[in-house]
Design a binder for this molecule. Sequence first.
Ligand code: ARG
Length: 461
Amino acid sequence: MSHIRGRLQKAADELVAKYTTSIPFDWRLYAHDIDGSIAHAKMLAEQGIISAGEAVIISQGLESIRGEIEKGKFDFKPEREDIHMAIEARLMEKVGEVGGKLHTARSRNDQVALDLRLFAKEAISETSVKLREFQRALISLAEANKSVVIPGYTHLQPAQPVLLAHHLLAYFEMFQRDIDRFNHCLKQADVMPLGSGALAGVAYNIDREFLAHELGFSQISQNSIDAVSDRDFVLEYEAAASIGMMHLSRLAEEIILWSSAEFNFIELDEAYATGSSIMPQKKNPDVAELARGKTGRIYGRLIALLTTMKALPLAYNRDLQEDKEGLFDTVDTLLSTLEVFTGMVATLKIKTESAAQAVKQGYLLATDLADYLVKKGEAFRNAHNIVARLVSYAMKKGKAFDELSLTEYKGFSPLFSEDVYSISVESSLAARDVIGGTAPKQVARALANAKKIVEDSKVRG
Ligand code: ARG
């Protein structure tokens, strides 16, 4: 059997067959297609639409096809239009006429919607597991370097000292929100569309609740036209993946910067770096660069499907076949990026010495000096101006704050006294003792919370 021809008598043009086939990519749905078909056959028998014996023959045939595919013995003939036709045709070859009863009360339109939802649910679970593993790697790195201080930046200019752990936990928060987004996406995908038929529902006494239960769905779709034409759940996965990749690309960028000779805050493990074919001294952060690069590709997948679906009339249209490659590629790219990032972060070495060196430069304590004057009664805006002039002066003299004499300080404000020398990186950190701040006490609490979140998720699975 080749492409479905229906009332058409001519065979499809060879180029048309090649143009329209989805086998080269939708073969990936085979397990979901078989699971869906077995549940469907079982339901048809339960409802007396086919006999129990027929359902058994069909199910056994489908299981043996699964075996063929898994052993690489299945011939994915390109002339079969899609994975659904390929499996059905093979079923007929194996079990004969009775195989033709499987498609009773079903259309490929609700069938493909089902398959893709099953695929998406599985992909979402894997994504959440990988996000959790990645969060664990971030937590471990933060814990192992609890007291390391780095310059915090705004505008990529040194701003204020922060704990490295605080910086890393910023990413923990981002990925926590990503997990929430994927959880929402799971809820949307968890809707069973079978029974919608081609678009109007089916004219048989089927049991949709039974199908939902068999296939592990918590809900059934409420409108057949919507169920065969909606791909929001794919868009939601791609949108959540785009945001997740955006987060990964920000970390990628920082890994690239931090491993440069100019920053020199981290050392990548050799297993996660590459050499140069021409410059022997190089150790390149290619993994991070590729993740940064692949982010664009994931955004592209989202925009592509949004564009495909824009102004698409109800209900099913073949345009929808374009949903799959983008989703598969998004899942593959996101999962592999998370895996490799987990390893890269777990093996990162922090260059404590040069981080400490960087913290000493750049007048990172300027805000603390202004806060000092405020506490002595100066208005903040005046204090800011005074310290700005003080910084210019110190820069001209080539001096750090603690190298200025008290007389020099007093030249800028009479409020300065001996205790100005007690301002330090440590006092600066400790002073930011607000929830969400970088004070060691707060960061220790945040770290404990983060650990609890990942531990709880282990229990819940
Ligand atoms: N390969 C098709 C797809 O991915 C399956 C559904 C085909 N339905 C149809 N009426 N031609 O969308």
